[in-house]
Design a protein around this ligand. Structure first.
Ligand code: NAD
Length: 298
């Protein structure tokens, strides 16, 4: 714990799968953390570790050096910043708000413009690395915004992540994150197809996975999600609903910029098929169930 960080105060809004681990790491690094979540249990869970509860985003931000949001989607971030008792109504004393959720780059630019008029800096800093990366303070953090604001937020990022990059102006963090999600979504489809073909041909799938991990087909998805797919475990992980949200944001930006993304469009339909079969709350490896159905193995 450093003496300077112990004097700093963080308002943290959104203590779900990712946010709770990130808030924990800020506490471990010596920051005072005041937390708010619409789910009271999410807040009380961290009480024993030193997190102070707040009844609203505005209350959490009182006297804080920075406010950080980690919420599901664009409307939640808009509500927490612009809604009643939101951060814009009572900005943190340090006049710095950082959103680390994955949301629309268009919304990010609008929020930035509104806050700038109030003299409040805003950084979009989505993350990659999942709950394990969040727990191990090993997230990859891709930040967009003014350089000065990024530098002010950087020490807090260091408590949560290892790869911290200022990727450009406001909204650039979200664009890089959407590129990340596009690759993850399509790569998972490729893994599903390889496993479906290998299975139909009678190949040992665990051996197939190990061999492929040693060559040019190796990927994070094959490595981390392959075992659950081979074992038929669809339950835990990055939810299909969140993947569909991210792919929607990818396609919205692609449409706005007239960039055809046929691979993303196709795999989005397949994630939607999984959701239509009740898999929305399952981890995104549940995409393999689509292939189970297509190959009459369901
Ligand atoms: P989550 O649903 O587990 O957590 C979100 C939290 O926000 C919940 O505790 C919820 O109660 C709270 N919340 C919702 N609306 C609120 C409001 N108005 N005020 C206060 N709290 C509110 O989601 P998560 O998995 O932690 O993901 C958060 C963000 O990070 C998403 O944008 C997601 O796409 C992104 N992300 C998730 C992962 C992952 O693996 N789960 C990885 C990278 C990025």
């Amino acid at each position: 714990m450093s003496s300077s960080s112990s004097q700093k105060r963080v308002a943290f809004i959104g203590l779900g799968t990712m946010g709770r681990e990130m808030a924990r790491n800020l506490l471990k690094a010596g920051y005072a953390v005041v937390g708010h979540d619409v789910n009271a249990e999410a807040v009380s869970e961290l009480g024993a570790e030193g997190l102070q509860p707040a009844a609203s985003p505005a209350e959490a931000a009182r006297g804080a050096d920075i406010a950080i949001t980690m919420l599901p989607d664009t409307p939640h971030v808009e509500a927490v910043i612009e809604g009643p008792d939101g951060l814009a109504s009572a900005p943190p004393a340090g006049r710095l708000i950082v959103d680390m959720s994955t949301i629309s780059p268009v919304a990010v630019r609008r929020l930035h413009a509104g806050l700038k008029e109030q003299g409040v800096a805003f950084v979009d800093a989505p993350v990659s690395g999942g709950p394990v990366g969040a727990k191990n303070a090993a997230l990859s953090i891709m930040a967009g915004g003014d350089r000065e604001a990024f530098l002010a937020a950087e020490p807090y990022f260091r408590a949560m992540g290892t790869t911290i990059t200022h990727v450009g102006g406001t909204g650039a963090g979200q664009t890089v994150k959407l590129c990340n999600q596009l690759i993850c979504g399509i790569n998972l489809q490729a893994v599903c197809e390889a496993l479906a073909l290998g299975r139909a041909a009678g190949v040992d799938l665990e051996q197939l996975r190990k061999v492929l991990l040693g060559g040019s087909a190796a990927s994070w998805m094959l490595d981390r999600l392959g075992p659950a797919m081979i074992g038929g475990d669809a339950s835990a992980g990055f939810r299909i609903d969140l993947m569909l949200k991210d792919l929607r944001l990818v396609l919205e930006q692609a449409q706005a910029l007239t960039v055809p993304l046929p691979g993303t469009a196709l795999v989005t339909s397949q994630y939607m098929e999984a959701k239509a079969h009740g898999e929305g709350s399952n981890g995104n490896q549940a995409l393999f169930r689509v292939y189970d159905r297509m190959t009459n193995r369901a």
